[in-house]
Structures are given as C-alpha cells and as structure tokens.
Design a protein around this ligand. Structure first.
Ligand SMILES: Cc1cc2nc3c(=O)[nH]c(=O)nc-3n(C[C@H](O)[C@H](O)[C@H](O)COP(=O)(O)OP(=O)(O)OC[C@H]3O[C@@H](n4cnc5c(N)ncnc54)[C@H](O)[C@@H]3O)c2cc1C
Length: 436
C-alpha cells in the first residue's frame, strides 16, 4: 500500500489516479479539510480565493477536469485578461503582448528593443547553474530583466530572480539555447503550447471538493509525525485526533511542504531532514479589496498589474479578478487581490497584520485614484508561502533517485514545479510509475 501524506491538489490527484488504476493507497491529511493552498471563501456573492486564484490549464488538465465531470463549471478568463500591466517610471504601462509590440512598441527603450533583437544571434553557451536574472540580463539586457522578468517572477514564485535558478524555474529557456543557440529563436521555431486560464463557478474550491469527494480512502485530522523503516517497508506514526497510531505501508509519498517533510523524515534520516529544511518559503500576504465601480479614477481592465522591485512600492502586484473572470463579485463592484511578498519587500515579514493592511490600502488608493473606503476587505497571510527554486532545490532533485530507492517519493509543488498544472502533471506521472 502507498501512503500519501497531504491532501492538497498534488496528494488528491495522485490518490484519484491510483484509485482509478487499482493501486492500493491511503491519503492522510493533517487538517480537517482538503485543498492545502486551494481555499475559497464565498461572502455575499463574492468569490475570494485565499491563495491560488486560477489555473493555467494545458490539455492534460482540461482532460482531468472533464473526467471529474466539471467542464460545465469552468469559467474561462475573459479576452481582456490578455492585457497585463507593469508599473514603470511611476505609471502603469501595458506589457507587449506579441513580437510586433515588443519590437516596435514603446514599453522598452530603443536600445533595449535592439538588445532583444540581437539575442536571436547570441552564441553564448548555457550554464545550468545560472540564475534567472543573470540569464536574462546577459542575453537581453538589464531593462528586460528588471521590468519583464522580475515582476513576472514575483507574480509566480514570490521570489527574487537573482536567487532562482533558470534551469529549475523555466527549463525551456535552457532547451532553446541548447537546441537553437537562442531563447528567442527557440520560441519562434517551437511556440509554447496554448494554455487556458480558468477557474470554476464556485471558485477553485469546486475543483478541490469534487476531486476530494471522488477519493474514497482518505483520512482528515490525521497528522503524520514521523516514519520508521521496518524490513524494507515503512511504519508511519500518525496523530489522529490526539491519539497515536501506526500505519504500515510499502511506499511513502510526501505531498506536503518541504519543511513538514523534514519533520516527518528526521526520525529516519537527519541528512534528508536538513535537505528539506533548507528550502526557503518566504512570506506572502494578500488582501482582497472590493469597491464600487464609481469609486475608481479608472476602471482596471485586464489580468492585473505587476510592480518591479526597482520601483519604490510596497506591493508586488494586483490581480484584477472582476475583470478577468465573470461573476466574482456583484456587477457594480470591482474586486482586486493585492499581493505583498517578503522577497520583494522584506518588511512584509516583520510588520504586523494591521501595518501591512494599512500600507496596502494606502498604496492601492493612490495608484488607482480611489475615492473613499472599500465596501469589503479580507486579508490573509501565508507565513511560509512558496518554495523557492534555488540551488537548494537542485540538491534535492539531484538526490531524488536515492530517496526513491528507499521507497519514498515527492509529489508536491517542490521540486517538480510550483503551479497547479505542474502539481497535476507530477501526480499523473508518479501514478504511472506505480502501475502494477
Ligand atoms: C499566495 C499564493 C498564490 C498562488 N497562486 C497560484 C495561482 O494562481 N495559480 C497556480 O497555478 N498556482 C498558484 N499558487 C501555487 C499553488 O497554489 C501551489 O503550488 C499548490 O496548490 C500546492 O499544492 P500541493 O498539493 O503540492 O501542496 P499544499 O497545497 O501545500 O498541500 C499540502 C497538504 O499537506 C497537508 N499536511 C502538511 N503537513 C502534514 C502532515 N504532517 N501530515 C498530513 N498532512 C500534512 C497540509 O495541510 C496540506 O493540505 C499560489 C500559491 C500561493 C501561496
């Protein structure tokens, strides 16, 4: 039997797949409900996501949604959400949406546009240990690194591109260089697969709840505390409603955060506990702000706006939820989700919740020329937000085979990719490995 620890999207998807193929499993979740980072609050016809907002779905994910019977529930992003904004030199500017606007538009300076064009002829070899910032700076120039890469990385990883490894975050960049000599040439020859940005009628909770309902062998309020090896198998020590129990299994799957995996594995291997513990999870704060449309100086139309760290702002960006997806809030309201991250603004982790809320409210009011107070606000924080894909993550990836020889597997948003789509892919791949 396979014990899956953690019922976030990764653990649930793996459990579902194993069940479908007839592989015995048990899914153990420490909290009283499934979902992990996927949690939705519904307050007076307002749909508020506590962490993840949407899924950038490829065909495998769309097929999975269809298999769960949820196709009718999908809410696709509106066409306007293709527009994305970046704060540059004191105002919001639309990001170039294609090669023509990139080369001939005014978002980048002329010298930066020439640098982008020149990358096509770059012959520099690729180094697998290069950071994202260095890669983009060296090949495209500093303006592209500061105003395109940096805000994008803040938005996805809540991280610093000077620390994140290009090879782990966007392996396609290295592949393009290895195959074609140039990132740009690679994208022209091999355009990325089309993906659909989506959520569900009742938010991401609809997805999680439907998936969880179909997974039969699961236990909530069941925290795995440690594990012990026994004759090539595993004994898991679990705490179920304050009572200790032992669960026997052949294989263990970590579908929980790396710092939690460190606690569980410590009783068996201090070395692995230290590797897991070394993964950094910087803090992320978010705040939902709802206003009446007439309170705005202008109506935000698009996916949202990102705030590069070279600009003197507190927040990392704002998702314009009510513009991206229909029916997130009543029609006369605007819903914004504001993000502030420790990696962009270090004081995010040291100030109080009240100070953070005040800083966010003040900044958003100024940026969007808002009159009056919000009609509704809701704040949240993830003290340990998103795992960082640095050299520490590379160490884990390089040693995963060793872990798997012990019948321990990782199926989570580390080290195989952070997005919900990445998590679903990893779970599908791992289930295939367990096929009898
Ligand atoms: C603020 C924020 C915004 C995001 N936005 C997006 C987005 O818009 N789109 C996107 O694709 N991705 C987004 N992400 C990333 C994405 O949500 C996550 O990477 C993904 O949901 C992780 O799922 P998971 O199942 O791997 O882990 P988790 O969701 O962390 O699930 C792990 C589960 O393990 C349980 N657990 C922990 N310890 C134990 C234990 N000892 N025993 C048993 N159970 C345990 C936890 O309770 C939890 O339920 C965002 C992340 C954050 C933080």
């Amino acid at each position: 039997m396979i014990a899956i620890i953690g019922a976030g999207i990764s653990g649930l998807t793996l459990a579902y797949r194993l069940q479908k193929q007839g592989t015995p499993y048990i899914l153990l979740e420490s909290s009283s409900m499934p979902g992990g980072y996927l949690q939705t609050d519904i307050k007076k016809n307002r749909i508020l996501e506590k962490a993840a907002n949407s899924i950038l779905a490829d065909q495998l994910v769309l097929d999975f949604i269809a298999e769960l019977g949820l196709t009718q529930e999908i809410v696709e992003a509106n066409a306007i959400s293709k527009k994305r904004y970046v704060y540059k030199n004191g105002k919001y500017r639309a990001l170039p949406s294609g090669p023509m606007s990139l080369l001939f538009g005014s978002f980048f300076s002329l010298s930066q546009r020439l640098n982008i064009f020149k990358e096509y002829f770059n012959t520099q070899p690729y180094r697998t240990d290069i950071t994202l910032y260095d890669l983009i700076n060296e090949r495209f120039g500093q303006e592209a690194a500061d105003y395109a890469l940096d805000p994008f990385v803040s938005g996805v990883y809540a991280g610093n591109p000077k620390e994140l490894l290009a090879d782990l975050c966007f392996p396609v960049l290295g592949k393009n260089i290895s195959n074609y000599g140039s990132i740009l040439k690679g994208f022209i020859k091999n355009p990325p697969q089309r993906r659909t940005s989506l959520t569900f009628q009742g938010g991401l909770k609809t997805f999680i709840q439907t998936l969880a309902d179909q997974v039969t062998n699961k236990r909530y309020d069941c925290k795995v505390e440690s594990l012990q090896a026994r004759d090539g198998k595993w004994n898991l020590v679990v705490n179920h409603e304050h009572t200790k129990e032992i669960i026997f299994c052949d294989q263990v799957v970590f579908a929980l955060p790396a710092y939690e995996a460190a606690t569980v594995i410590r009783s068996h291997s201090e070395e692995w506990a230290q590797r897991f513990e070394a993964i950094e999870y910087p803090m992320v704060r978010n705040m939902h702000l709802i206003y009446k449309k007439e309170q705005f100086g202008f109506e935000p139309k698009g996916f949202g706006a990102l705030h590069p760290r070279v600009e003197p702002l507190f927040t990392a960006g704002v998702i314009w939820n009510s513009s991206t997806f229909d029916n997130r809030t009543p029609a006369d309201e605007i819903l914004l989700t504001c993000m502030a991250t420790e990696k962009r603004t270090p004081e995010v982790a040291t100030i109080s919740d009240e100070q953070a809320e005040e800083a966010i409210l003040k900044e958003i009011k100024r940026l969007y020329r808002i009159k009056g107070e919000p009609v509704y606000t809701q704040s949240g924080s993830w003290k340990k937000g998103i795992p960082q894909y640095t050299d520490k993550m590379a160490t884990i990836l390089n040693h995963c085979e060793q872990l798997e020889k012990m019948n321990v597997y990782i199926c989570s948003n580390w080290p195989y990719g952070i997005s919900i789509t990445d998590c679903i892919h990893r779970a599908h791949d791992l289930a295939t490995k367990f096929k009898i």
